[in-house]
Design a protein around this ligand. Structure first.
Ligand code: ZN
Ligand code: ZN
Length: 149
């Protein structure tokens, strides 16, 4: 297997993984909510040596005494989480080129989950094509890096 690759939305930071992550998880803690702007963070851990940045590098924010988070300084995409004292690092699952490559096997701090997180996926859905039509958008003209190098 060629290994997983990923990167940020603008493409300034790209990475590849030399091993398949083991023990993917989601975290509902307030710091992960804030760092991702989302209900929870979703992470795939690997050994630090197995993560190579093939283009650019993330900017690092020391979010606590024990943790450092990497993100693209140009577009803001959250990319990594690392416990400072750990030999492992996690990449955010949905920054992978294939966000379906790994599924979380556990959660952390579920007691802190936002109250609507379990219900929201049962809400009414609009297909994206219908949504675009309703906004009279023929083509969004994406500036997003394609899901490959
Ligand atoms: Zn970027
Ligand atoms: Zn967390």
């Amino acid at each position: 297997m060629g290994g997983l690759t990923g990167g940020c939305q603008c493409g300034a930071v790209r990475f590849s993984l030399a091993e398949i992550p083991n023990g993917a998880s989601i975290c509902h803690c307030r710091m992960c909510q804030k760092a991702t702007g989302s209900p929870y963070g979703a992470y795939a851990p690997i050994s630090r040596d197995a993560l190579t940045f093939t283009r650019g590098a993330p900017k690092l924010f020391r979010s606590s005494e024990i943790a450092e988070r990497g993100f693209c300084a140009d577009c803001g995409t959250p990319l990594t989480y690392r416990n400072i004292s750990s030999a492992r690092v996690s990449v955010t699952i949905c920054s992978l080129d294939d966000p379906d490559a790994l599924a979380p096997e556990s959660q952390l701090d579920a007691d802190n989950a936002v109250s609507w997180v379990r219900d929201c996926l049962t809400k009414p859905n609009t297909q994206i094509d219908d949504w675009l039509k309703s906004k009279s958008v023929a083509d969004v003209g994406s500036h997003q890096q394609p899901d490959h190098d």
